[in-house]
Design a protein around this ligand. Sequence first.
Ligand code: PPE
Length: 307
Amino acid sequence: MQIQPTDKIWKNGALIPWKDATVHVLTHGLHYGTGAFEGIRCYSTPKGPAIFRLKEHMDRLHTSSKAINLKLPYTAEALCRAAKDTVRENKLDSCYIRPIAFYGVSGIGVNPLGYPVDVFIIAFPMGAYLGDEGLKNGIRIHTSSWHRITSGTAPATAKICGDYLNSALAVMEAKLNGFEETLMLNELHMVAEGSGENIFMVRKGKIFTPPLNAGILPGITRESVMEIASDLGMVVVEQNFTRSELYMADELFFTGTAAEVTPIREVDRRTVGDGKPGPITRQLQAKFLDAVRGKDPKYTKWLDVVE
Ligand code: PPE
């Protein structure tokens, strides 16, 4: 995905020019994936630009960092302020925000304990992650031959840079095979998640999504959609399910900050439902998009206005 540069990037407490936001080639995080990151969206709302569930994202950055023994030198509150400063400074109305923290430069070797930590926050405009067409009419996916990383190998429930080699392998495989996204199973052959999205399945009016112990990222969009669904009186069950159950689904959709609520219209060359986004997917997508754009008073609690 191409991005449009903005003016400033937040680095270790200061806003610096976009072109100066570089790292040394000996950065530990580059060699060994020892970093944690976030993906956050800021939406244009009637009250101006507002960041969706900012505190939850910065809290997750802390949780992810803890999993790799990385001590973040900034509190979640300080990082929230920094994210808002970055959006304001770049005069962005709606954008994607990418905070990243990683072990920096000291020596060489796998052990990063004692290394300095660098923190950056980048903000830039972003449209529909899986395309406008995908958001509207649904995408085609397949089941990856790569399993989702297991919790016995790496912290699967944390957003760690190195974990994304797994996602990158899986999404490249999908693209090379002509699909728009991938779906990974875990080592127990249970459905886990996409390369950067959580998955939901609808069958006979009930909604299912894998539990955290399937080895998935605890998605903030996932949690928001679960809350919206329950507010609408829908039943959402966190339960493991198999690949073959996907073929019996009435509806499937992905959730994620970047992907928002993206319907899935085909899985492993099998049409989902009648091949069009189903009624539950459409209703949840509409409610979610209203919530993030500040159009539903019930969910303005999730918005942090950039004054
Ligand atoms: N699973 C994975 C593996 C994942 O990376 C994401 C976010 C999610 C689930 C959904 O989590 P949440 O955003 O909190 O609802 N993926 C981010 C990165 C995408 C990228 O291209 O980089 C995102 O959506 O921002």
